[in-house]
Structure formats: structure tokens, C-alpha cells
Design a protein around this ligand. Structure first.
Ligand code: B12
Ligand code: SF4
Length: 586
């Protein structure tokens, strides 16, 4: 029977080591914004917090991992740093590829201190709550937005209230895994306490270029102006985590937060980490005007990909004048048909208009594309070539061509998994990082293999970087190559190409250096760890389907767009359930 007892000492929050590998990306690592919000929420209710940020505390230490390497404190050192008086540890698991390290970390924590209780939260846990309870020794999981849930869980433990009354959590009671209904999304997001950056080595992140944006040589703090996204792209886990719901903050309050960070920490550069910040024109106009009205000398960027509909010449000019440096558009494909199949509701016309306005205003513009969707064909990919030529001519500075990876809790993943086209093994958990690889580790594409995809990637890059940008002097292949190399020596970058190249050189060298070291586990321990995971997940999925909490997905990935995922998400989020993995009956 599950026993509940009061939480003593500071709540210890852990950002596990990040994962990097030899690949071409701007950055894989930034300050952990979600965990900083959790720290702020716990402090906001009068409790003490202790943070172990594995990356911030050892930014240049690296340990060989099953894919690439772990960046930050070795797992044993994290265990040793948990305060003796803490009785509860919260660990953030944003990325699926970080999860195996967290499983090992929890094992080490429980071995050293069996009385410690461990709670996991973050995007990956939200995608697979039962799986995380079944495959790790964690006691609790928090699904979705975590601030209210963690505070209520702590109260429930203190007051010994029944855990099945806490919305948004899952917990283990012997062999029984319980997942409660989700909490309703918090609409009053302006009332959420600011991220508690005073617990994090924010200067270290900027010093080591751990910034998910263009390097401006200023002190960076990430920012969130909105939560969630109203769309339901078939490859994206955000509908499951945030439900397709976009909730913006009051733009004036966002600028209040910026001023607070300028005053308190001396920050002056703010990469926005929103899923899709610019949806409403009036919102972005109000935000920029407020920054200008206060005369703030800041830089800000939107590096994670936004939508284009609200960006016209006036908006782009306001963004530039208020300090914006760069933004990224994420159409994912140059083919309108592919965009329809992945439910990316973005027209080429809107996108090109947004790009034209942004680059005319002098902003650095990046375009994100993905190749290797299961339904991609040579014919659909061919649209990308003309597309990248067109966006280059309009002044787009950088292009990212990523390989498709199958994130859990997405419509495409369910379809591939139910059709037997994915196994949850080490390759699966590593392939999430393959977007920036030269050759993908897996192809989920029906008509192209790994090498076929690689050829398309090279062709798209070659077309883009050798095409002429009509809006700038000195473009073309030679100029682009020089730009890439110059990133190794320049301290501040004005093209992602420079950052990508610098990161790849560092990651490649680190991987080489670590190749023959023992690493986080021995090779046989690695194999043992992953050996049962697929069976476990398959059993969980079968039980959820048998209880109508999940539905078998359509095996034809080009038909998925015809459905609406909302109905199924509602059922899955609102149905309380308890599974026993040792019995076929439950
Ligand atoms: C900014 C960002 C990045 C940044 C860095 C992020 C970082 N290292 O912290 C950059 C650009 C580097 C990046 C890179 C990648 N990213 Co990214 N990124 C994001 C993005 C847009 C925002 C993250 C964020 O700050 N969110 C805002 C905070 C408030 O939300 P949150 O972190 O989820 O935290 C909340 C809850 O999850 C929960 N919670 C979180 N931790 C904890 C801990 C506890 C104890 C508790 C109780 C609760 C809790 O409470 C928090 C507050 O409500 C997300 C999408 C998203 N909106 O989350 C994708 C996302 C995290 N990225 C994703 C992916 C796939 C990648 C890449 C693999 C892409 C690629 N092609 O290479 C790389 C991997 C990099 C690496 N080496 O690990 C996926 C991850 C999915 C998964 N299952 O793994 C996401 C979810 C996007 C998506 N839907 O596809 N990313
Ligand atoms: S890919 Fe972007 S637009 Fe699509 S659901 Fe995810 S966050 Fe929203």
C-alpha cells in the first residue's frame, strides 16, 4: 500500500545532463526554462528549493552515452549533491533521449537513499506516463503544465491526502500504475511566478554559447510569452502536452518580466521559447510598442519557429526597432500537399509574405524544413528545391533541413508504432537527435532509405546556399562556405551557419575523444537496460486500447490528416486509470 508522508527539507530539483552528438545544429542546450518555472512556483508557496543543474555546474564535462555524450555532471556526482535534509527530488525530462540517463539517475538515487521520493515531469514524461512509471524507479510523474500540479502534490503529501485526488499526476503503488485525469490548463498565466533564475548559473550558459538562438555576446535569459499552440501537427507532441490551446500573456506583463531580468540579473538578450509566439497581430504590435515606449536596450529573438500570418511590413519594422535580431519560420515543407498531410496549416503565400517583410526589415530569417515524413516521396520532396531557391532570393539567411523523427504521443508515432514500424530500443531513443545528423540513423519514410534522404538533404542545402540572395551583396556557395568557417573564430555570429559549424566541430571532437571510454554504462548494461522497454510499452498500449483510452491508429499515414485528434486526446486526458503490468486482465 502506498504510504504518504510529509516533505521535509528543500525540494531538490534536478536538471539532468543534456545530450549532444556530432550533428549540425545551432544549439542543443539552453537554460532549463520549465524547471526554473517549477522552482519559482515552489518558492512562491513558501517552500525552500535546492537546484542541481548538471549542465550549469559542469558545462564542459562529457560522458559517453548510448548516442553521443552527456553534457554536465556525471550521474554519481548529482546523487552526492542532493542535500541530506531533502526528502523529495524532482527531475525534469523534457527530451526523450535524456530519459535513459534519468532512469539510471533515479536508480542511483534510490540505491544511495532508499527513502528519497522522486517525481519526474516534462514533455517526455507527459507523452509516456505509464511507461515512465514502469521503467524507472520514480514514485510520481507530473503530466503537462507543472506549476500548480507540483504545488498540489507537495500539499497532498504533507497532509496525507489521497493521491488520486491530485489532477495531473501519476504514481506507482506496488505493481499498480495509476494515472489521474489531467489538470485543466491554467488560463491565468500572468499570475505564474517568474522563473527562479537565481538558482541557475545563467552567466555560464551564455559564456559557453548554450543559447538556442544567435549568439549576441550578451547575457541571455529565455522567455515565454505564450503557452501552447492551437494547431495539431501530426508529428508534434505539443497537442498532447498543452492540448491544442494557445494562451498568451498580457504583452505589458511580458515586458515587465524583461525589465525585472534586466534589473535583477543584468540580462539584455531574450530568446523566446514559445511554441508559436506570433499568432495575433495586435499582440505582437502591443509587445513591440511597449518595449519601445520604455526605451529598453535589449535584443530578442524567436528561434524556435513561429507562424507567418501576422507578420507584415509594419509588424516586421516594429520588431526590428524594438530589438529583434532573428526569427525562424517553420513551414516544415515546400510542398503544400505535405503540409496538408502533416496538418501544418500554413500557406506558401502567407509564408513568403512574412519572409519578405521580415528580411526587408533587416531581420535574420531562418526557415525550418523536415524531410523523411513517412508519406514523403521523391515527387513531394522535389517541391523543396524550388521552394528553398525562392526563400533564399527573398533574403532568408539560414535554412535547416532536419530528418523526421517519431516523437512519442504524436499521431504519426501511434500510426508507425501500431503498424509495427517502430521498436522502443536504443536506436529509437537515440534517433530523436537525428534532425541535424549527416545521415539519419533511421528512415521512417516509405519510399526513401537513409542514404536517399541524405541525398535530398545535401541537395536542398546546396541549392539554398549556392542560390543568390537578391537582397544582399556577396552570396553564393563560396561566400556561404567562408561564412561557415568564420564561425570558428568570430565571437558573435550573424548567421546560424557559423554557430552550426562551430558546434559540430566541438561535438565531433568530443565524441571522438570519448569513443573508447567506459561511459555512463558498459555496452552490456546498455543492452540490458533497453531490452524490455518495447515489450513494456506494447503491453501498456494494448491495455489502453482495450479500455478505449487509446484507439488503434490508422496504418496509412497519408490518411491521418482527415481526423481530429482533439476527441481522442480528451478521452485519454480525462480518463483516470490504473494498470497492472503483471496481469493480463487489468
Ligand atoms: C526551446 C526548445 C529547445 C531549445 C532548448 C531547450 C532546452 N534544452 O531546455 C533547443 C532549440 C536547443 C531545442 C533543441 C531540441 N529540441 Co526542443 N524545444 C524547445 C521548446 C520550443 C521550448 C521548451 C520550453 O522552454 N518550454 C516551456 C516550458 C515552460 O515548458 P516545459 O519545459 O515543458 O516545462 C513545463 C512542463 O513540462 C513541466 N515540467 C518540466 N520539467 C519538470 C520537472 C518537474 C519536477 C515537474 C514537476 C514538472 C516539470 O512543468 C513546466 C512548467 O509548466 C519545446 C516545445 C515546448 N513548448 O516545450 C521544444 C521541444 C522540447 N524540443 C523538442 C525536440 C525534439 C528538440 C530536438 C531534438 C530538435 C532537433 N531536431 O534537434 C533538439 C534536442 C536538443 C538536445 N540536444 O537535447 C521536443 C521534445 C520532444 C521529446 N519528447 O523529446 C519539443 C517538446 C518540441 C516538440 N513538440 O517537438 N529545443
Ligand atoms: S509543429 Fe508548431 S504549429 Fe504544429 S502543433 Fe507543434 S507547435 Fe503547433
Amino acid at each position: 500500500m502506498l504510504t504518504s508522508s510529509a516533505v521535509s527539507g528543500p525540494v531538490c530539483l534536478v536538471r539532468p545532463p543534456a545530450v549532444e552528438s556530432f550533428r549540425f545544429v545551432t544549439s542543443g542546450i539552453t537554460l532549463p526554462l520549465g524547471l526554473a518555472y517549477i522552482a519559482g512556483a515552489i518558492e512562491g508557496c513558501g517552500r525552500a528549493v535546492h537546484v542541481i543543474d548538471a549542465v550549469g555546474e559542469a558545462p564542459r564535462r562529457a560522458t559517453r552515452y548510448y548516442k553521443g555524450f552527456l553534457v554536465g555532471l556525471p550521474l554519481e556526482e548529482i546523487v552526492a549533491r542532493v542535500p541530506a535534509e531533502s526528502s523529495l527530488v524532482g527531475i525534469s525530462v523534457v527530451f526523450t533521449h535524456e530519459y535513459p540517463a534519468v532512469v539510471r539517475l533515479v536508480e542511483l538515487l534510490k540505491k544511495a537513499r532508499p527513502e528519497l521520493r522522486v517525481v519526474l515531469g516534462g514533455e517526455h514524461v507527459t507523452a509516456m506516463p505509464e511507461f515512465c512509471l514502469a521503467t524507472s524507479k520514480a514514485d510520481f510523474v507530473v503530466c503537462g503544465e507543472g506549476e500548480e500540479t507540483i504545488v498540489e502534490l507537495l500539499e497532498a503529501l504533507d497532509l496525507q491526502r489521497p493521491l488520486d485526488e491530485v489532477a495531473g499526476i501519476g504514481f506507482r503503488d506496488g505493481p499498480r500504475l495509476t494515472v489521474n485525469p489531467r489538470r485543466t490548463r491554467n488560463r491565468d498565466i500572468d499570475a505564474i511566478p517568474y522563473p527562479a533564475w537565481h538558482h541557475f548559473a545563467y552567466q555560464t550558459y551564455s559564456d559557453h554559447h548554450y543559447i538556442a538562438a544567435m549568439d549576441t555576446q550578451r547575457l541571455n535569459l529565455p522567455l515565454l510569452a505564450t503557452r501552447g499552440c492551437p494547431y495539431q501537427c501530426t508529428f508534434c507532441s505539443s497537442p498532447n502536452t498543452w492540448q491544442p490551446q494557445w494562451i498568451p500573456r498580457d504583452p505589458v506583463k511580458v515586458v515587465d518580466e524583461i525589465e525585472h531580468h534586466v534589473r535583477t540579473y543584468g540580462a539584455s538578450s531574450f530568446p523566446f521559447q514559445d511554441l508559436t509566439a506570433v499568432i495575433r497581430r495586435d499582440w505582437i504590435v502591443a509587445f513591440c510598442e511597449e518595449v519601445l515606449r520604455r526605451g529598453l536596450d535589449i535584443r530578442w529573438q524567436m528561434p524556435s519557429g513561429t507562424r507567418a500570418e501576422a507578420v507584415d511590413a509594419e509588424v516586421a519594422d516594429l520588431m526590428k526597432r524594438s530589438g529583434m535580431v532573428s526569427l525562424a519560420y517553420a513551414p516544415e515543407s515546400g510542398s503544400e500537399e505535405t503540409r496538408k498531410l502533416i496538418k501544418k496549416r500554413m500557406t506558401t503565400e502567407d509564408l513568403l509574405a512574412g519572409i519578405r517583410a521580415s528580411s526587408a526589415a533587416g531581420l535574420n530569417v531562418a526557415v525550418f524544413t523536415v524531410i523523411g515524413f513517412p508519406h514523403d516521396t521523391p515527387a513531394s520532396l522535389a517541391h523543396n528545391l524550388e521552394f528553398v531557391r525562392r526563400v533564399r532570393a527573398l533574403g532568408v539567411t539560414d535554412l535547416a533541413v532536419g530528418y523526421y523523427f517519431a516523437l512519442p504521443a504524436t499521431e504519426l508515432f501511434d500510426s508507425l508504432y501500431d503498424a509495427g514500424r517502430i521498436r522502443l530500443d536504443a536506436t529509437y531513443f537515440g534517433h530523436i537527435l537525428q534532425g541535424g545528423d549527416l545521415v539519419p540513423s533511421v528512415s521512417h519514410c516509405e519510399s526513401l532509405g537513409r542514404l536517399g534522404l541524405m541525398r535530398w538533404k545535401f541537395q536542398m542545402y546546396a541549392t539554398f546556399y549556392s542560390a543568390r540572395d537578391e537582397t544582399k551583396p556577396r552570396t553564393g556557395l563560396a561566400a556561404s562556405l567562408w561564412r561557415a568557417f568564420s564561425g570558428l573564430f568570430a565571437s558573435s555570429h550573424d548567421s546560424k551557419l557559423q554557430t552550426v559549424f562551430r558546434n559540430a566541430m566541438y561535438a565531433g571532437w568530443t565524441e571522438l575523444r570519448l569513443a573508447l571510454t567506459r561511459g555512463w554504462l558498459s555496452r552490456s548494461e546498455e543492452r540490458a537496460l533497453f531490452s524490455t522497454w518495447d515489450d513494456t510499452f506494447r503491453a501498456i498500449r494494448a491495455k489502453l486500447i482495450a479500455r478505449n483510452i487509446a484507439v488503434p491508429a490508422h496504418p496509412d499515414t497519408s490518411r491521418i490528416h482527415q481526423g481530429n485528434v482533439m476527441k481522442q486526446l480528451r478521452v485519454s486526458h480525462q480518463t483516470p486509470r490504473t494498470l497492472r503490468l503483471d496481469s493480463a486482465a487489468s
